[in-house]
Every structure is written in C-alpha cells, then in structure tokens.
Design a protein around this ligand. Structure first.
Ligand code: SF4
Ligand code: SF4
Ligand code: SF4
Length: 251
C-alpha cells in the first residue's frame, strides 16, 4: 500500500467554471496533443479508423441534457479529469508504489516504470479519471502538465496546463488552492466552488463553479430554470448534486 503525504502546503489544481464551459473540447484536444508528445509514454489510439476505436484521453467532456422542474431542457457541459484528491484512494490502493501524491505540490502522478497495469487504482477512483493505456500496458492520468508548469524553457505564459491554455471560454483556471489569497481560491470563495461527489471522502483539490442564475427571459422564467436557481442549500443539491448522482449511477 502506498502512503499519502502529510497535507501539502501547496495544492496545485484546477477550478472549472460550469457557467462558461461551452463543451467545445478544445481542452481535451490540447491535453491529448501535449501529452502525446510530452510527459511519460505517448498516449495510445487503437483502431482509430476502425469499427471499435479506443484510446487514452486524460481529459474528457461529458454533455448532459438537464430538464428543470420548470422551463426548457438545458445542456450542461462537464469537463472531467483527475481531481488530485487529498485523500486519494487511487494512491493508497496501489500495490507497487507506482501511484503517488507529491508532498511539494499535491499533484497525483503515476511512475510508469513501477506500474504493472493491474487496474486497482482505476477501480478505486470514484470519478473514472484513470485510463489504462492498452498500448503501453500502464495506467495514465492527468499530470496537471507537470512538464509544462515548471518548464523554464517555455515562455512564462505557457507554464500552465495545456487544457487551461487552450480554453477559449476561459472556463478553466489553475493555481494553488492551499493559498487563500491565490486567484483560484478567491474565485472559489466568490462563486461557491464545490467538490465533486463530496460523500466519497476523497477531498478533491479541483473545484467546480456552479452555473450562475440567468437573467429573466420574456416569459418571466430564468433561462436555466431550476437547474441553476440559487446556490444549492447542501452539497447534494443544485447542478453539482445532480451531476454527483448522474456519475454515481454510471459507476
Ligand atoms: S480523481 Fe481519481 S485518479 Fe485523481 S486523485 Fe482522485 S481518486 Fe485518484
Ligand atoms: S495500475 Fe499501476 S498505478 Fe494503478 S494500482 Fe496497478 S500498479 Fe498501481
Ligand atoms: S476548452 Fe473550455 S469551454 Fe471548451 S470544453 Fe474545455 S473547459 Fe469547456
């Protein structure tokens, strides 16, 4: 069993704004592009043009149609990658020590030299954030682009995760969630940023910002209706509560 570090004093992570994400997949494509040639072994694409295409994507966008109690159905775009959890079950379940969480910045990584592809970490992750690379036979996941964010060979503006760099809607933000004065922490505080599936006890570092209430349309109903309404009264309520239930039913 792999041990988790004491709570890191720096917790790098993402804040994703579900209000402004338009589901364009630019973040997923740039993630794939960077990680295919970047950190670790390339990301596989198997039978890409055949009848059963398969491949490793470390960031995926799920789109749901949500029907409020009143008003029209609405599409919700939900980007999902590793949340770099503080209490990461994918780390503690790993029998070889390949899966680990860095003490210095909280990033959860896989040492591919030690991974035997047993899949236990994928089984333990409640978010489906790990991908077994069928080509390389090892587990892969979001690295927060650890090879970009500290890379002094890159221009300073490029030292952020590829998904954040690509997002045309500026729905993705990167920073230190352990620092209450960081821009991401202030955003979480202002917008009521939430954990995904808090009942799982994984304490994700990444946060999601719920959709903001819409202006009234000429019918008098809010455009997003009961989906957005007010800040959810409890962690199981609102759009993220709905997403939690949807993801759990998939699991
Ligand atoms: S999201 Fe999944 S893979 Fe990432 S740290 Fe949490 S449990 Fe592990
Ligand atoms: S697949 Fe690799 S990283 Fe995951 S539990 Fe097995 S050895 Fe550890
Ligand atoms: S690039 Fe931005 S807007 Fe497009 S799917 Fe990703 S998070 Fe959403």
């Amino acid at each position: 069993m792999t041990m988790l570090p004491e709570t890191p004093s720096v917790k790098l992570g993402l804040v994703i704004d579900l209000d402004t994400c338009v589901g364009c997949h630019a973040c997923a494509v740039n993630c794939k592009s960077w990680n295919t040639g970047g950190y670790g072994a390339p990301l596989s694409d198997l039978d890409a043009y055949g009848s059963n295409p398969d491949g490793s994507w470390l960031n995926r966008i799920h789109t749901f149609e949500v029907t409020p109690d009143e008003g029209k159905a609405q599409l919700v775009h939900f980007p999902k990658s590793c949340l770099h959890c503080d209490d990461a079950p994918c780390v503690t379940v790993c029998p070889t020590g390949a899966s680990y969480k860095r003490a210095e910045d909280g990033i959860v990584l896989v040492n591919e030299d030690h991974c035997m592809g047993c899949g236990l970490c994928a089984w333990a992750c409640p978010y489906g954030a790990r991908e077994l690379d069928g080509d390389a036979g090892v587990m892969k996941k979001c690295t927060l682009c650890v090879d970009r964010i500290y890379n002094e060979n890159l221009p300073e503006e490029d030292r952020e995760p590829a998904c954040v760099r690509a997002c045309p809607a500026r729905a993705r933000h990167f920073g230190d969630l352990a620092d209450p004065n960081s821009a991401v922490s202030k955003l979480v505080a202002e917008r009521g940023g939430m954990d995904l599936m808090p009942g799982q006890g994984t304490k994700p570092v990444n946060k999601y910002l719920p959709p903001r209430p819409r202006r009234e349309s000429n019918t008098g109903a809010t455009a997003a209706g009961a989906v957005t309404a007010e800040r959810p009264p409890n962690p199981e309520g609102g759009i993220l509560g709905w997403l939690d239930r949807a993801l759990e039913s998939l699991g």
